[in-house]
Write a protein that binds this ligand. Structure first.
Ligand code: ACM
Length: 760
């Protein structure tokens, strides 16, 4: 699952995603009312919801605490919870308590009138390091029927985490809401547990950002890396350089008051915000406002849209006409003194707005052509002895670091900055491959790992979950992939190649790994889609960053994931609500067929979707591929049931048959609603779903015709689907293979293989 955002040369526009109905049900007693409401909205599916309720409910803690002991007993919580503090709580702690009570009511229902509340005793102490990488996050939580609940935290962060854990112990039972008795001792493995949200490619509203911060609080993520400036838009009001938001903001930016509000909202939730203003590349939106700082001519939006009709001067026109203009490529001219002055002053202003000690200056993907095609820059490089563009970039990076250090900030940058002469305290964020973890820590840099956690690659949670932040061989192009990619992209591809000789990190290197971040680049993520593109996958990744490295049971994680997603949605996340709205918009009046189709499919992976979107533009933000989720709970459930059926649980034949009949019958309905080209693009997948569902039914029926002929036909059918998966299994495959036009993969294949292999 190598990253290589380099691979799509076309400018990649934007897109969305998901939801499940019964699929969450497998296990759930939790908030049955909510789930039943969701199920009954699709009459066809109602039958499926019933058998699922028979399963038992696991305790859905995510991230898994360091140690948990469950007594197996429950404590009734119908009367609500009353909080008693040891000492006087700060206003921040009082607000945390109020959020807890509000969320408890959302999960357990309003406290019954006259019911005796459980008492929650909380003790903590001030932590001068709160909201820093040194903050105290440890807490213990004890729930007993005799003594109520005790939360003892080493600092405010521990209180926030302990309350989040307590909410995950709340379950609905037929007797009413209860809290599991538990003894928990907990602290994180890594102090830096982040998500990165790109609001340049698609702007996300203040409310949308706040919803993500709420979900982060509940999953103990503590850093929002906010990517605020890139080719598509500059998203913060600047008083020093007002043209940045007036011109570069394209009418979508946060006022400084809104930024302060979001920073405070995050701080209340134990979340630091690290802003990123990317330099010297990815600066088109800045250069639209201040073109005098650019290395190359900055085309206007009109020029970019109809590039060949413009005559500016011959050279520039040709350059623009040669291919679609790539919004990512425009770069500063670092040889002009006013460029560094601009960056220094911008960072000073933004550094005051964002109080965090760390400041991300980007530094990724600078296109050498931007500088090599500018004779003045080439002459400067010769004169000053810079061998090539990366050498010039390294010198600029060192100057930027100096400027930030003078402002009291620690610079953070993408792993390209580790090639510059910079002080050891600069934090390197690895993205081109895991080998950069080894090289950066070897050089003494703290590291935040994002290679392996790129959410916009649209891989399921299980893929990210397997990647350990200490593993320098987890992610990178294989030798074969690197050879193929190099032929097309040149030697820059070497930075993405796996290092087969990378040694395991020493203890000293491990100490430098601060944690990780899950980036969500938003070329194909609209505001409406962000909840479902971030969650539930960020919850699984949160567990990787918080829990012990030995917590790695994928099946167990996948069982807990729907419950966590439900908790997040019951307390405000809009993933399902937005998916339902998108479905209703696309197929008004008959939402069932599209709902069923998107419940068992997922989007093509590893930037295959970005390639599709580059041909159809923002239309892909409004298509089935934007609704289908990387984690299909319904398909996971089907696959799990199929595995159990072939292992001997024969009574699962009936619910499996019901599900397969639904998928088989769905195509007729889909044919009637697929009235637009984008919906019609998904018709072949709907037909293939019906075809494989028929095979599943035949396999379960132990059809008389299960001879060699049947197996040959059926295996051909499944092999075609397997090939579709293989066609986007990594960055090189997804770049070189044709993709299904709808960008949908059928996720029930593992279950079908199991059923077919079992049929003799
Ligand atoms: C990156 O994905 N260009 C950091």
């Amino acid at each position: 699952m190598p990253p290589t955002r380099f691979f799509f040369e076309e400018p990649a526009p934007g897109f969305p995603e998901r939801k499940d109905f019964c699929l969450m049900l497998p296990i759930v007693h939790r908030s049955r009312r909510f789930l039943h409401a969701a199920c009954s909205s699709v009459a066809l599916l109602a039958a499926l919801c019933a058998p699922a309720l028979a399963d038992t409910s696991p305790v859905a803690l995510m991230p898994r605490p360091q140690s948990v002991t469950l007594s197996g007993q429950d404590v009734a919580v119908a009367g609500g919870v009353r909080i008693e503090w040891a000492g006087r709580p700060t206003p921040m702690l009082q607000r945390a308590a109020a959020r807890f009570s509000g969320r408890l009511a959302m999960l357990a229902g309003a406290p019954a009138a006259g019911g005796a509340p459980l008492v929650l005793h909380i003790s903590t102490r001030p932590d001068p390091a709160y909201l820093s990488v040194h903050e105290r996050e440890h807490y213990t939580l004890n729930v007993t029927s005799q003594n109520g609940i005790r939360l003892d935290a080493d600092g405010p962060a521990g209180v926030v985490h302990g309350l989040a854990t307590l909410l995950q112990l709340v379950v609905q039972t037929p007797q009413g809401p209860v809290i599991h008795e538990a003894a928990i001792n907990d602290a994180p493995r890594f102090p830096w547990r982040g998500v990165m949200i790109d609001v340049s490619r698609h702007f996300m509203s203040v409310d949308t950002m706040k919803r993500q911060l709420d979900a982060m609080e509940l999953t103990k993520l503590n850093v929002l890396h906010w990517h605020l400036s890139d080719g598509t838009g500059f998203r913060v009001e600047s008083l020093r350089f007002p043209r940045l938001h007036q011109v570069g903001g394209h009418n979508q930016y946060y006022t400084q008051a809104q930024v302060r509000d979001i920073v405070a909202y995050a701080a209340d939730r134990g979340i630091r915000i690290v802003p990123e203003f990317d330099v010297p590349g990815h600066t088109l939106s800045i250069l639209e406002a201040y073109p005098e700082l650019a290395a190359q001519h900055v085309p206007s939006a009109e020029e970019r849209e109809s590039p060949c009709s413009i005559t500016i001067n011959t050279v520039k026109t040709k350059a623009i006409c040669n291919k679609v203009y790539n919004l990512n490529n425009a770069a500063f001219d670092p040889t002009k003194p006013q460029t560094l002055k601009f960056a220094t002053e911008l960072y000073a202003e933004m550094g005051r707005l964002f109080p965090d000690h760390y400041f991300h200056s980007g530094g990724d993907e600078v296109s050498p052509k931007q500088w090599n095609d500018n004779p003045a820059i080439v002459a400067y490089m010769k004169q000053h002895g810079y061998a090539d563009a990366p050498a010039l970039q390294a010198a600029f990076t060192a100057q930027v670091e100096h400027a930030l250090a003078r402002q009291g900030k620690i610079m953070m940058g993408w792993d390209e900055v580790s090639e510059a002469p910079i002080p050891r305290d600069v934090v390197v964020e690895t993205w081109r491959g895991s080998k950069w973890i080894a090289s950066a820590t070897q050089a003494g840099h703290p590291v935040v790992v994002s290679s392996g956690y790129y959410l916009d690659l649209l891989n399921p949670s299980s893929e990210h979950y397997k990647v350990d932040p200490y593993d320098p061989k987890a992610v990178g192009l294989s030798p074969e992939e690197a050879t193929r990619a190099r032929a097309k992209q040149g030697p820059m591809i070497d930075a993405f190649a796996l290092d087969p000789n990378a040694q395991p990190l020493t203890a000293a290197q491990q100490k430098l790994v601060l944690g990780g971040e899950a980036p969500l680049w938003s070329e194909i993520v609209s505001d409406e889609m962000v909840d479902a593109r971030l969650w539930p996958r960020s919850a699984a990744i949160a567990e990787r960053f918080w829990s012990d490295a030995s917590v790695r049971d994928v099946a167990d994680m996948e069982k807990r994931l729907p419950l966590i997603q439900h908790e997040l949605e019951a307390t405000g996340l809009q993933a399902s609500a937005h998916e339902n709205a998108m479905i209703a918009r696309l197929t008004p009046g008959n939402v069932g067929p599209l709902k069923v189709l998107t419940s068992v499919t997922s989007p093509v992976r590893n930037y295959a979707m970005n390639r599709l979107a580059s041909h159809s533009g923002d239309a892909m933000l409004n298509a089935p591929g934007a609704i289908a989720a990387p984690d299909s709970f319904e398909a996971n459930r089907f696959n799990d049931m199929a595995a159990r059926y072939v292992a001997g649980e024969k009574d699962l034949a009936a619910p499996l048959t019901q599900m397969l009949k639904l998928y088989l019958a769905n195509d007729a309905g889909y044919a009637t609603v697929a009235t637009t080209p984008l919906l019609q693009d998904a018709r072949p997948v709907s037909q293939q779903l019906a075809a494989v569902a028929r095979v599943g039914l035949e396999a379960i029926r132990k059809h008389r015709s299960h001879g060699r002929h049947w197996h040959r036909r059926v295996n051909r059918l499944l092999a075609a689907q397997d090939a579709t998966f293989a066609g986007c299994a990594n960055a090189v495959a997804s770049y070189t293979h044709d993709q299904p036009p709808s960008g949908l993969l059928i996720d029930i294949l593992p279950g079908l293989h199991a059923l077919v292999d079992h049929a003799h």
